[in-house]
Design a protein around this ligand. Structure first.
Ligand SMILES: Nc1nc2c(ncn2[C@@H]2O[C@H](COP(=O)(O)OP(=O)(O)OP(=O)(O)O)[C@@H](O)[C@H]2O)c(=O)[nH]1
Ligand SMILES: [Mg+2]
Length: 195
């Protein structure tokens, strides 16, 4: 998949925000600060299209980007950010869950991003269960592999694979774009064949 055109369409705060115009969604979910927004920027070869911050909790809305007029990339707020209030955390979790459970245009793919160094946390586990229960197709991006040497990379990725043996894992770095070509190829093939 070659990215030729990207357009920010809208950021949505409320519950009822699915863009239901028939275009497939590729939704990027994951804990706060794992690099969802950075990953989208890197896949699109844009530096600052999607807002990124050193502080977790940057993305507060579900932001829809229309790609090549054929699909949306949806950048979600992160879940599980310990430093915001419980009320705020519940609100963000509710937004994400609403999307997963009720959005009329189901995403074709949910890209769950994790930090390769940290692996699958209990909150990620919960999210994976919820996604599976709602019949979403999931892939996992293990991001920030630029922080790992080859030896730890191999052992971290194998630990992740052991935990979720039925989901495809893609080692990735939003910083160096390692893994970019493989992912774009996968998205392209899912969008054309639907699987
Ligand atoms: N070393 C390294 N740092 C990264 C990578 N991806 C993201 N980061 C850094 O991680 C931090 C968080 O990145 P974001 O893209 O804002 O993360 P997010 O998941 O969108 O965060 P929220 O919107 O708060 O949920 C930033 O400081 C990024 O520069 C990566 O592949 N490697
Ligand atoms: Mg973000």
């Amino acid at each position: 998949m070659k990215i030729t055109n990207v357009e920010f369409v809208k950021g949505v705060i409320g519950d009822n925000y699915s863009l239901d115009d028939g275009l497939p969604h590729i939704a990027f979910l994951g804990r706060s600060n794992v690099g969802k927004s950075s990953t989208i920027n890197s896949l699109l070869n844009r530096k600052n299209l999607v807002r990124v911050s050193k502080k977790p909790g940057k993305t507060r809305e579900a932001n829809f980007y229309c790609i090549n007029d054929i699909c949306y990339f949806v950048d979600f707020p992160g879940y599980g950010y310990a430093k915001c209030s419980q009320k705020e955390r519940d609100k963000l979790a509710k937004r994400i869950l609403w999307y997963i459970q009720h959005a009329t245009t189901k995403p074709n793919i949910v890209v769950l991003i994790i930090d390769a160094q940290v692996g699958i946390t209990p909150t990620d586990d919960e999210m994976i269960k919820t996604l599976k229960n709602n019949h979403h197709q999931i892939i996992i991006i293990a991001n920030k592999i630029d922080k790992l040497n080859q030896k730890s990379l191999v052992s971290k990725i194998s630990a992740i694979k052991n935990k979720v043996s039925d989901v495809d894992i893609f080692p990735y770095s939003a910083q160096t774009k390692q893994g970019q070509e493989k992912l774009l190829e996968l998205f392209g093939s899912i969008l054309t064949t639907g699987s």
